[in-house]
Design a binder for this molecule. Structure first.
Ligand SMILES: Cc1ncc(COP(=O)(O)O)c(C=O)c1O
Length: 378
């Protein structure tokens, strides 16, 4: 037998009580029983999103909610800004371009956060932009962008909305959607929400709903006006992912019990402990300036094969982490610390990393990273 540990930035481990809740016999969705579940879920999502707005649940992975944002806000001929700080920022560009939207892409050096002043000066250049699309926690690089600053800048433009992919940020980092005046906030189920993949979520400000009224891009399944009408009646336009929503009810109960401030502190502490461990081992962080509390990206040390490191750690020690993506393949590895994870999951991951580095011939003092993490966690 080999016990396994999932330390990737999605999917993430699922708590046993959530798994059990989803294993119950399926119920029908056009019933009062389902409506009761959905009513609780809708309340819990508002708490998590820190918003008075409706949070819509969509049956798709996170990218579906990203696409829903684009097709419901925009019209042919619209011009937008996208922040491309990695694979997921680039996805905004790709979705917008697929629908013929004119995109001014801000390319951000990998491992760095976007400079809010650059966004401010692009917006001030006289062009009319319908939206700024950005990522919060750029999962491909481990960077957290300063969304509070971006929201302050964008909210001064009445015709421009700020759309934030918080797919690995929501439930990890404090995101007061209403207070910061974020217009659209998107997430998915398989990250901090501790569920299997298959659900995505999107909340819109009044300003964003105003744009939805005038949007002329084509849409059918992802028609948010249709969804809003149904979801306000605790129903959905099409067959919902019933079992996932039942699991979500359980997750949201756990989150309420933990309380948001403790949830954010837990993630902050785990992230700090891992960063200290990495530095104690003499390794370099890929995103030292503005690291995300959801995951830590680490440069693969010279002389080590990055793909082999990830494979060895999984096959020999049962600890699954993620490698680099696209141009970062082989150059970085990523250890996630979001969702249903505690202190000893992190210590296990650091310990497995030390043993893997030793096996691959990298000089390492076993226990040095673990001790550094323990100092933070104890
Ligand atoms: C920041 C971010 N955006 C978008 C996505 C895409 O989400 P999905 O794979 O659920 O469609 C991911 C997935 O890892 C992500 O981390």
């Amino acid at each position: 037998m080999k016990k396994t540990y999932l330390m990737t930035p999605g999917p993430t481990p699922i708590p046993p009580s959530v798994l059990l809740s989803m294993a119950q016999p399926i119920i029908h969705h056009r019933t009062e029983e389902f409506e009761q579940v959905f009513a609780e879920v809708r309340q819990g999502l508002k708490y998590l999103f820190q918003t008075e707005a409706d949070v819509l649940s969509i049956c798709s992975s996170g990218t579906g909610a990203m696409e829903a944002a684009v097709v419901n806000l925009l019209s042919p001929g619209d011009r937008v800004i996208t922040v491309n700080g990695g694979k997921f920022g680039q996805r905004w560009t790709q979705i917008c371009q697929s629908y013929g939207v004119s995109v001014d892409e801000l390319f951000v050096k990998r491992g760095q956060p976007v400079d809010p002043d650059v966004v401010a000066s692009r917006l001030a250049n006289g062009d009319r932009y319908s939206a700024v699309f950005t990522t919060f926690s750029e999962t491909s690089t481990g960077v957290a962008h300063d969304i509070g600053a971006l929201a302050k800048i964008v909210s001064a433009y009445p015709e421009t909305v700020l759309v934030v992919d918080a797919i690995t940020a929501l439930g990890v980092i404090d995101i007061p959607m209403d207070d910061w005046r974020i217009d659209v906030l998107v997430t998915g189920s398989q990250k901090a929400l501790m569920l299997p993949p298959g659900l995505a979520f999107i909340a819109l400000s009044d300003k964003a709903w105003g744009k939805v009224e005038n949007s002329r891009l084509p849409k059918y399944y992802f028609d948010l006006k249709k969804e809003l009408k149904m979801q306000q009646k605790n129903q959905s336009a099409y067959t919902p992912a019933i079992s996932l929503l039942i699991g979500l009810r359980e997750v949201l109960k756990m989150i309420r019990e933990e309380r948001l401030e403790c949830l954010f502190l837990r993630h902050k502490t785990l992230a700090k402990a891992l960063r200290e461990a990495i530095c104690a081992l003499g390794l370099d962080l890929f995103a030292p300036t503005s690291p995300s509390d959801a995951l830590t990206a680490v440069k693969v040390p010279d002389g080590i094969d990055g793909k082999k490191l990830v494979k060895h750690m999984s096959q020999k020690y049962g600890v699954t982490i993620a490698g680099g993506q696209d141009e970062l393949k082989g150059n970085i590895f990523r250890i996630a610390h979001l969702g249903y994870l505690g202190h000893f999951d992190l210590i296990t991951a650091v310990s497995a990393l030390e043993m893997t580095l030793r096996d691959l011939g990298h000089p390492v003092t076993l226990g040095k990273g673990v001790a550094a993490a323990q100092d933070i966690l104890g």
